[in-house]
Design a protein around this ligand. Structure first.
Ligand SMILES: O=C(O)[C@H](CS(=O)(=O)O)OP(=O)(O)O
Length: 234
């Protein structure tokens, strides 16, 4: 039997131990949706940076640099943390360095995992299929918001777990996430439109981002962490 657990914020990852596991990084609003969309639209690798300065320094190496702090693009960055910036192959063949408030922290706390992949509604079915073919135990690391849990990340974790065979649902955190998703399965988009992070994005006039980030199965790709290049690749 394979074990699957859900961490509600990166600050708790060490309690669950990523080592030896398949980690799924989840930041629906918006970092993991942005990474999946960027790579599905031709970006060839993504480097996640904990610090803004680290990302901006990569411009010298030809990286497109993007991200935000508190939802707003930082001076010196080329793009913000919006998946919409990458549509239509606008940055195809670029290398992308991203630093965000929560999502890049989730990667950083998971680096001793056996494998790290990027998940969000935009690649939901691909993530489920990837997990199902793996022999590894799974840790779903939600980015949350500044150490607190977020509805949208728990909802996505639950959507994945609800799709997997029963054998995975052997832990309290997985069972809670699954039950939560099933409660809202028919109207999960409405629920996510009224969660705390949606309100923060609405205040920044980013309704279009919210609507895009909750769409299921726009893409079939899985960005995977390469420990040698320290970047996400396909
Ligand atoms: O850009 C986002 O949506 C958030 C910003 S914040 O959480 O509202 O500060 O960043 P992310 O790291 O993608 O959660």
């Amino acid at each position: 039997m394979k074990n699957i657990e859900v961490v509600v914020a990166p600050e708790l990852t060490s309690c669950y131990q990523a080592k030896g596991k398949l980690v799924v990084i989840i930041d629906v609003f918006r970092a993991t949706t942005t990474i999946v969309t960027a790579m599905a639209n031709g970006v060839k690798e993504v480097k996640t940076c904990l610090e803004v300065d680290e990302a901006i320094a990569l411009k010298k190496q030809g990286y497109l640099v993007g991200g935000e702090r508190d939802g707003v693009k930082v001076d010196g960055m080329d793009v913000d943390n919006s998946p919409l910036s990458f549509l239509d192959g606008k940055y195809a063949d670029k290398k992308f360095a991203i630093s965000t408030t929560n999502g890049t922290k989730a990667v950083e706390t998971s680096l001793d995992a056996n494998e790290i992949i990027i998940g969000t509604f935009a690649n939901l079915t691909a993530v489920c299929e990837y997990i199902a073919q793996s022999d590894l135990d799974v840790l779903m690391v939600c980015a949350g918001w500044k150490g607190k849990m977020s509805t949208e990340d728990l909802m996505f974790a639950g959507a994945v777990i609800a799709t997997l065979p029963e054998e995975y649902c052997s832990t309290d955190s997985a069972d809670i996430a699954k039950s939560y998703f099933l409660k809202y399965a028919l109207n999960y988009k409405d629920k996510l439109d009224t969660c705390e992070h949606a309100f923060r994005l609405k205040k920044l006039n980013k309704q279009e981002n919210i609507d895009f980030c909750v769409e299921k199965d726009l893409y079939t790709i899985i960005p995977k962490y390469n420990a040698i290049s320290k970047t996400f690749v396909l």
